[in-house]
Design a protein around this ligand. Structure first.
Ligand SMILES: CC(C)(COP(=O)(O)OP(=O)(O)OC[C@H]1O[C@@H](n2cnc3c(N)ncnc32)[C@H](O)[C@@H]1OP(=O)(O)O)[C@@H](O)C(=O)NCCC(=O)NCCS
Length: 165
């Protein structure tokens, strides 16, 4: 397994794994599969590297098995902050530290930038594996936003986490 950046020409692979994430884990992400399935090609391509952030992908035998997005704050007074979103590992590859490698890889990339001080990550209470992984890596829970997501008539809170670097 290796952690890579994806050239834009492989955008379809990014689309496929992201759609798989939204379809198979509706309680882990704010966006619904039905909202993403019709996103046009040019938006998928732009998402890969839009100036505000980019992705790290886990690749094994030429196939993408996981991803994480790094987001950089562009404000003059917020440039020291970054965030990690869209974290997903395909079901059949879980429990093999792929998620760990993606998150620690993202932290390494963020630390390479000058004057970075904080990394934010938000995790729905309905994604306890992700919460435990982030905690194990060193993110601290700092609060909750209540009723962030409504799915099948039930509400779920968002746990806010941060790491000072
Ligand atoms: C969260 C997710 C990315 C983790 O990927 P993964 O490759 O299976 O994670 P890892 O193998 O690196 O797990 C590492 C650590 O996570 C924690 N962890 C994972 N599952 C756990 C469980 N069932 N119980 C306790 N700890 C667990 C542990 O700390 C584990 O370390 P260990 O293996 O030494 O015990 C994956 O489960 C996933 O894609 N989930 C659905 C999508 C999602 O929730 N994304 C997060 C959105 S914020």
């Amino acid at each position: 397994m290796r952690i890579i950046r994806l050239p834009v020409k492989r955008w379809r692979e990014y689309r496929d794994i992201r759609l798989e994430a939204l379809k198979s884990e509706p309680l882990s992400f704010g966006r619904s599969y039905s909202e993403a399935v019709n996103i046009p090609a040019k938006e998928w391509k732009r998402n890969l590297n839009d100036g505000r952030g980019y992705f790290l992908f886990a690749e094994e035998k030429g196939k993408l098995i996981g991803l994480a997005r790094l987001n950089f704050n562009s404000l003059k007074k917020g440039k020291h902050r970054a965030g990690i979103t869209e974290v997903f590992v395909k079901k059949e590859f879980r429990g093999r530290k792929v998620g760990f490698e993606l998150i620690t890889g993202a932290i390494k990339q963020i630390k390479k930038r000058r004057d970075m001080k904080r990394i934010d990550i938000g995790v729905l209470e309905s994604a306890p594996k992700a919460f435990l992984l982030y905690k194990q890596i060193g993110f601290k829970e700092i609060g909750k936003q209540h009723k962030e997501l409504k799915f099948k008539n039930k509400y779920y809170d968002l746990i806010l986490m941060e790491m000072l670097i």
